[in-house]
Design a binder for this molecule. Structure first.
Ligand SMILES: Nc1nc2c(ncn2[C@@H]2O[C@H](COP(=O)(O)OP(=O)(O)OP(=O)(O)O)[C@@H](O)[C@H]2O)c(=O)[nH]1
Ligand SMILES: [Mg+2]
Length: 312
């Protein structure tokens, strides 16, 4: 069964809704004071994993915006909160992965998506999902298995590629991933592929040699492909909590991430961290993973997300 965002967010939603219900019950007991409401909303956002810093910003803005609202009108307060959450996402308006517009000088040359991130966040699964989606749209794609670190990595991506009937450039265990990547790019150019999708090994942002390795891959891409054709996609596991934000910052500083795919939204009550990620990293969340199936991927639409976490 194909999942959808609204279902995927049910755990996050029920956490937020139970908090909102508690606030609403307090509303029932008489006129409310502004600071009391703000304090309760602050608590709610922090427990929903929006993160302390981002929560603080939202509450400060809310303090200004609820001045003219009837403090006994719960629904109006909720709408004000909805608007402030949406505000966080408004700074980033380029949410499309590999934006459609391609500069004329590189029309007809392959575009590339490099998936990066720590171990087990869902890079391989996500790359297969994106590849499958492009394929369904009629695009000619090439999958490059540049995870040469884990012995079982090849087998995993091969299974995914076979299942979705995707063309794959394999690597040998222990090979230099930058050279596998280079071969992939050359082959894609020769065969006029539309999109090259590169799966990389998971790595901790603190491992210097592994970060150097992926920086080298990034350089190979930048040398051979026009910047308007490059998406450096940071994959983040939404179950990982706030620590993921620090890891993500390091990846993005080292590699210039252009977008985020947030995985496993279906398995978490910490969906609020999407807000913190956008606010703190200033990189757009472009895609979300909402299940283990090849179709369990969606574009991230802030308005849908905010509605799904605030309303039943
Ligand atoms: N529920 C759920 N599971 C997911 C999602 N994305 C990935 N997974 C699961 O997460 C696990 C790890 O996924 P991989 O794609 O192997 O992760 P990876 O980042 O490639 O891992 P390494 O290559 O070892 O660093 C697998 O069991 C996937 O099925 C998602 O959106 N939802
Ligand atoms: Mg992998």
């Amino acid at each position: 069964m194909k999942h959808n965002l609204n279902n995927a967010l049910s755990k996050t939603r029920s956490r937020i809704l139970s908090g909102l219900k508690r606030i609403k019950n307090v509303f029932g007991t008489g006129p409310r004071l502004e600071y009391e409401i703000l304090e309760k909303l602050e608590e709610l956002l922090v427990t929903a994993d929006v993160g302390v810093r981002t929560t603080q910003k939202i509450i400060n803005n809310l303090e200004n915006s609820i001045h003219n609202i009837d403090k006994n009108d719960f629904q109006a307060i909720l709408h004000a909160l909805e608007r402030e959450l949406l505000n966080v996402f408004e700074r980033n308006n380029q949410r499309e992965i590999l934006p459609q517009h391609q500069s004329t000088e590189c029309k007809g040359t392959p575009r590339i998506i490099l998936a990066i991130g720590v171990n087990g966040v869902g890079k391989t699964t996500s790359i297969a999902k994106i590849a499958h989606r492009y394929k369904t749209q009629g695009k000619d794609i090439l999958l490059v298995a540049a995870d040469t670190f884990r012995a079982a990595a090849n087998e995993q991506i091969e299974i995914l590629a076979n299942r979705a009937n995707l063309e794959l450039v394999k690597s040998q265990y222990g090979a230099d991933p930058a050279s596998v990547l280079y071969d992939g790019i050359i082959s894609a150019e020769k065969t006029k592929k539309d999109v090259v999708l590169v799966d990389t090994a998971g790595r901790l942002h603190t491992k210097v040699n592994l970060m150097e390795e992926i920086k080298k891959m990034n350089r190979v891409i930048r040398k051979n492909i026009h910047s308007s054709n490059i998406e450096v996609l940071l994959i983040i596991d939404s179950t990982a909590g706030h620590n993921a934000v620090y890891q993500a910052r390091s990846f993005s500083e080292n590699l210039g991430a252009t977008g985020i795919m947030l995985t496993k939204l279906d398995g978490t009550a910490k969906g609020g961290m999407v807000v913190a990620i956008e606010d703190e990293l200033e990189i757009p969340v472009k895609l979300v993973g909402i299940g283990e199936g090849i179709d369990d991927i969606e574009d991230f639409v802030p308005a849908d997300f905010v509605k799904a976490i605030l309303y039943e």
